[in-house]
Design a protein around this ligand. Structure first.
Ligand code: 5GP
Ligand code: ZN
Length: 114
């Protein structure tokens, strides 16, 4: 998916402020942060939306959350608390169609989410 911006980031074609990387997962700071800590955790493999997740991929979403929890500790927001968000399709507010988990923290979050 060479026309996918997050695939290009995962392949190192577009620079990003990377904070975590393993064989399957990459995490980098959001270009337009909505909180003092705003990190995107993505699978390196292209999966467009949560709707496109297969049963075999289900563990990958758990892994994205595990990475987010490690990064929350690393960023010093684990104890105060933080939010993870996965937007799906237009009504869910998704703008980049490569699965990604938002890790947001460093400020008080409002509820309900907008
Ligand atoms: P979505 O709205 O799809 O849930 O979130 C997409 C996120 O990706 C947005 O928060 C946006 O700021 C971020 N984003 C879009 N393009 C880039 C980019 O090229 N680099 C980085 N680091 N973040 C991006
Ligand atoms: Zn992609």
């Amino acid at each position: 998916m060479t026309d996918c911006i997050f695939c290009r980031i995962a392949q190192g074609e577009i620079p990003s402020d990377t904070v975590y990387e393993d064989d399957e997962v990459l995490a980098f700071r959001d270009l337009n942060p909505q909180a003092p800590v705003h990190i995107l955790v993505i699978p390196k493999r292209h999966i467009a939306t949560l709707n496109d997740l297969s049963a075999e991929d289900a563990g990958l979403v758990g892994r994205l959350h595990w990475v987010a929890a490690q990064l929350a500790r690393q960023e010093g927001i684990a104890e105060d608390g933080y939010r993870t968000v996965l937007n799906c399709n237009p009504a869910g507010g998704q703008s980049v169609y490569h699965l990604h988990l938002h890790l947001l923290g460093g400020r008080q979050m409002a509820w309900p989410a907008g």
